[in-house]
Write a protein that binds this ligand. Structure first.
Ligand SMILES: Cc1cc2nc3c(=O)[nH]c(=O)nc-3n(C[C@H](O)[C@H](O)[C@H](O)COP(=O)(O)OP(=O)(O)OC[C@H]3O[C@@H](n4cnc5c(N)ncnc54)[C@H](O)[C@@H]3O)c2cc1C
Length: 413
């Protein structure tokens, strides 16, 4: 077999290495992977190349040039990928190329609506990072996140969607009645309508081992990954509604669930609390935090716990841990745009705008579409939206629905 032109030096636990590998994989660019923790000569090479520092990923190209910890934009530019669009104005700009954005794009492009999708990382969004999707309709044996994202992307491209790689949307404004965005390279793109599908991120604890065992014992979605823990012991971290509800859900699969709560009480509703307290296979530890995730053979085996009152530590043997300490929406770039957010930063849409009295009914002369934001002509769908259900199937469903709303909106414009 021919040796690939690109070699990525890294380690299995390194998230930046995963990001670069994912970027290369998504763009179907062959590369050789060298784990420097298993190859002494490679480790020495990386250290020598970086003037005595062990920095990964270090990516070496056929001509001997190399990039160290590159951003996706740097990698894209080095690889000659398209990082600027063919024009500066479109019928529709879609911000974020996850399941919601790509589904909307394939619907609109199929209706001859001229569509550009701007994505800062690899197309596919959070779904691309999912080991195996088992609950998307039509895949009875499940499908890997990478394969699913590849299919979504090629389906969108088939209908003529233009995809802009490795560009972060930094700002959204309305100029002369057209929404426009600025991207990392300083370019501005405008459109007759805009769709925000930038998703959200699960908040991390930032403790040792969390990244290393991501998807290999450390999870953020019980609906998605709970079924992998049939008959096993798991822990749940958090004390809000999500942590308690997901703990109850996990009892359908796991043998035992231990909930670790930083404070001395739950923030969940009373009814859920009662169900948790009365459940024979759930125990709760108050004033308890995870200090380290520990494993063997790339699988989580135990959590080092610390009692934040006494400072005492202990090891809790578990095969899985589910972290529910909140979600951060990717909406920082909306500051100053006029798009109304809820108190947690998610985009408010539809009837909720009327209840909050933040829809410009007089100017718009109509009520908002169900997935329209407080700025007429700017829509939102998927995980970034307030009250969305944070699942791939619902994100894709919202993408399809919002595309049809945008079609109707564009007919009026
Ligand atoms: C580890 C993990 C496992 C999961 N497993 C499952 C599962 O098994 N089943 C299931 O149904 N759900 C699962 N989910 C949830 C599911 O992935 C999400 O609900 C779904 O991907 C949401 O789609 P979306 O398009 O709304 O947002 P996302 O998938 O988050 O996509 C948003 C996109 O926008 C891009 N973006 C963000 N900000 C900007 C910006 N400023 N400029 C340009 N681009 C930007 C992001 O890079 C991203 O690609 C999982 C999530 C995670 C993290």
């Amino acid at each position: 077999m021919e040796k690939p032109d690109i070699t990525v030096y890294g380690a299995h636990w390194c998230p930046d290495c995963r990001q670069s590998k994912q970027f290369l994989g998504e763009h179907q660019i062959p590369y050789a992977w060298v784990d420097i923790e298993k190859d002494k000569a490679a480790e020495e090479f990386v250290t020598r190349t970086n003037n005595g520092k062990r920095i990964i990923p270090t990516i070496v190209f056929a001509d001997g040039s190399f990039l160290v910890e590159p951003s996706n934009a740097e990698l894209a530019s080095k690889l000659g990928l398209k990082t600027s669009a063919s024009r500066s104005h479109y019928d529709l700009l879609i911000l974020g190329g996850g399941p919601a954005g790509l589904t909307a794009a394939l619907y609109t492009a199929r209706e001859y609506i001229d569509t550009l999708v701007i994505e800062r990382a690899a197309f596919g969004g959070q779904a691309a990072g999912t080991e195996k999707l088992e609950n998307f309709p039509g895949f009875p044996d499940g499908v890997s996140g990478i394969e699913f994202s590849k299919r979504l992307r090629s389906q969108a491209e088939k209908f003529g969607v233009e995809l802009l790689h490795a560009q972060d949307v930094l700002e959204l404004r309305c100029r002369q009645n057209y929404p426009c965005v600025k991207t990392t390279d300083g370019k501005t793109y405008s459109a007759r309508a805009m769709l925000i599908t930038t998703g959200s991120r699960y908040k991390r604890l930032n403790v040792s081992g969390e990244n290393e065992y991501l998807g290999a014992g450390v999870h953020f979605c019980a609906t998605c990954d709970g079924p992998f823990y049939k008959g096993k012991r798991v822990a749940v971290i958090g004390g809000g509604n999500s942590a308690t509800e997901e703990s109850l859900l996990l009892t359908k699969f796991a043998d035992h669930v231990t909930i670790l709560v930083r404070g001395d009480q739950f923030k969940a509703t009373r009814v859920i609390q009662e169900s948790v307290f009365s459940h024979p296979r759930i125990d709760v530890r108050w004033h308890t935090e995870a200090k380290e995730f520990i494993g063997r053979d790339s699988k989580l085996t135990e959590i080092r716990l610390i009692n934040n009152e006494t400072g005492s530590e202990e090891l809790l043997p578990v095969e899985g841990v589910f972290i529910f300490v909140g979600l951060s929406p990717n909406t920082g770039f909306l500051e100053g745009s006029g798009v109304v957010l809820d108190p947690w930063g998610f985009v408010v849409t539809g009837h909720d705008l009327l209840h909050r009295d933040c829809w410009p009914k007089k100017d718009a002369g109509r009520d908002p579409y169900l997935l329209e934001t407080s700025v007429p002509g700017i829509f939102a769908a998927g995980d970034v939206r307030d009250k969305s259900t944070k699942q791939v199937a619902s994100a894709a469903g919202e993408g399809a629905s919002v595309a049809l709303m945008i079609r109707e909106y564009l007919k009026m414009r």
